[in-house]
Design a protein around this ligand. Structure first.
Ligand code: PXP
Length: 249
């Protein structure tokens, strides 16, 4: 079974916003990702708009040809926005203002009224709902019970376990947790995605798990793009300077 690759372009906007410029444009980045074979584009509209902004999502909606996965907190503001923009998928994530990134999965039971409100809107608008949860079979069951069509399993703890200094046994047990949650999700008829902290070095064992259908990857691919693209960027800048110098008296 093929695994869909969704690229999260949030951190293109992080670089843009660091200087208040119009570049680099996350919409152009999304189109480049599609040209390179991405199956979908993911963007997280955070409450504090620290990277992606409302206008980026509206422009993405009109500019991409694959599918748009809008990550959002299950708040009335975001639900109304998603109803207006109509991405193919909304991924509901927990959101804490002070966190650097989404640190854990959604507590489906504690947030039940808010999640249900988002699911009701999504059904009405024909939008698929994915819940970003920890790889725990009990939470998978709660996600199915509440009416989600997809779960995205948080791979953060697995990714941390793959870093130097951690034991191979911990990697194996984290992969086993993801595999068990995937199996339970598939038994319950859910689509299963995975994401957070994945890189080209650690993604292999995750996509090898039977039943995983999609990965969402952001930070590491933008980081790789910075390094792999730097040589070309410096050459282009050098060429621009040399052209100008050729015309100087
Ligand atoms: N999936 C979800 C639900 C996320 O919130 C994030 C981070 O925004 C990702 C995937 C991508 O994580 P990373 O940037 O670490 O690849």
């Amino acid at each position: 079974m093929a695994v869909r690759l969704h690229i999260n372009i949030d951190h293109v906007a992080t670089v843009r916003n660091a200087r208040g410029t119009r570049y680099p444009d996350p919409v152009l980045a999304a189109q480049l990702c599609e040209a390179a074979g991405a199956d979908g584009i993911t963007a997280h509209l955070r409450e504090d708009r620290r990277h992606i902004r409302d206008d980026d999502v509206i422009r993405l909606r009109g500019a991409i040809s694959t599918m748009l996965n809008l990550e959002m907190g299950a708040t009335p503001e975001m639900i109304a926005f998603a109803e207006k923009v109509r991405p193919e998928v909304i991924s509901l994530v927990p959101e804490r203002r002070e966190e650097r990134t989404t640190e854990g999965g959604l507590d489906v039971l504690a947030q039940r009224p808010a999640v249900e409100a988002a699911i009701v809107m999504a059904r009405r608008a024909g939008i698929k709902v994915s819940l970003f949860i920890n790889p725990d079979p009990a939470v998978v069951e709660a996600a199915a019970a509440i009416g989600a069509q997809q779960i995205e399993l948080h791979t953060g703890e697995y990714c941390t376990a793959t870093e130097p200094g951690h034991s191979p046994a911990l990697v194996a047990s984290e992969l086993a947790r993801i595999a068990a949650a995937t199996k339970r999700g598939r038994e319950l008829g859910l689509d299963v995605a995975a994401g957070h902290g994945l890189t080209r070095h650690n993604v292999g064992p995750v996509v090898a798990i039977a039943g995983i259908e999609e990965v969402n990857i952001g930070h590491s691919v933008i980081a790789d793009a910075v390094l792999f693209g730097l040589e070309r960027a410096v050459r282009d800048l050098r060429a621009a300077i040399d052209r100008a110098l050729a015309g100087r008296a």
